[in-house]
Design a protein around this ligand. Structure first.
Ligand code: UTP
Length: 223
């Protein structure tokens, strides 16, 4: 399969050390022996820290986004370091480059592209570009709930959601630099228009990635 995997910065940099980069490095190497892999890496807390500073300097949204993008690309470089020879050792800064790099047959790792969306959207656009069989979005929660599980004890987990309902759910959520909520609206709309088979799951356990690829029921499936 051709698989696009988005790994949230909140997953890779929860501890701000090399542990998760190493863990994902090993798993991605294994998976790449059987599948063609594209990885999109998020910015996490470091991106939000830098966005806060650039805002304090009086910069607007696009410049704040640009800083966020730089951080995602640094995180992509870190994952390339963990993957070594299994990965194409350059971070494509646009989708055409990512397409060109796939000729190498190696794992492609990228971060952000342009302002006004998050790396969730980058992963869905990339999935369209490469005609992916599967898009996996690894984040720091188990998937989608009907309400915030950190605030409501009776929040119910949603194991499957029609993409139209996800788009409705995300309508009106914040789209400012560094503040994308559970999932990015642009990404949801892209999934809707191209029918990309998508699973959103908890990346804090890297083994979830293997389970999903093996067809086990993990996370929220967008249908
Ligand atoms: P993330 O994709 O990490 O955003 O990009 P996020 O959803 O806010 O954070 P986590 O990691 O999932 O918790 C970080 C920031 O970089 C900018 C946005 O400002 C985003 O919030 N960005 C990223 C862009 O403007 N364009 C991109 O293509 C990617």
């Amino acid at each position: 399969m051709k698989i696009v995997i988005a790994i949230g910065g909140s997953v890779l940099l929860k501890e701000e050390n090399a542990r998760m980069f190493k863990a994902y490095g090993e798993i991605l190497k294994d998976i790449s022996l059987k599948h063609q892999i594209f990885v999109v890496v998020g910015g996490g807390r470091p991106a939000r820290k830098y966005i806060k500073i650039v805002r304090e300097l009086g910069c607007g949204e696009a410049q704040s986004d640009a800083i966020g993008i730089e951080v995602t690309r640094i995180n992509a470089q870190l994952l390339l370091s963990a993957l070594g020879d299994y990965a194409y050792q350059s971070v494509p800064n646009d989708f055409k480059k990512a397409l060109a790099f796939q000729e190498s047959g190696k794992i492609i790792v990228m971060g952000g592209t342009e302002p006004s969306h998050s790396t969730d959207a980058v992963s869905t656009i990339l999935a369209e570009y490469v005609n992916a069989d599967l898009l996996i979005n690894l984040t720091s929660v188990d998937g989608l709930y009907n309400k915030d599980p950190t605030k409501f004890d009776d929040a119910k987990f949603i194991s499957e959601i029609p993409v139209q309902d996800l788009v409705k759910y995300l309508d009106g959520k914040d789209v400012k630099a560094g503040t994308y909520e559970f999932f990015d609206m642009t990404a949801a709309q892209m999934i809707e228009r191209s029918n990309i088979p998508t699973i959103i799951a908890n990346g804090d356990d890297p083994n979830n990635l293997i389970k999903i690829i093996n067809g086990e029921k993990v996370g929220t499936k967008i249908v």
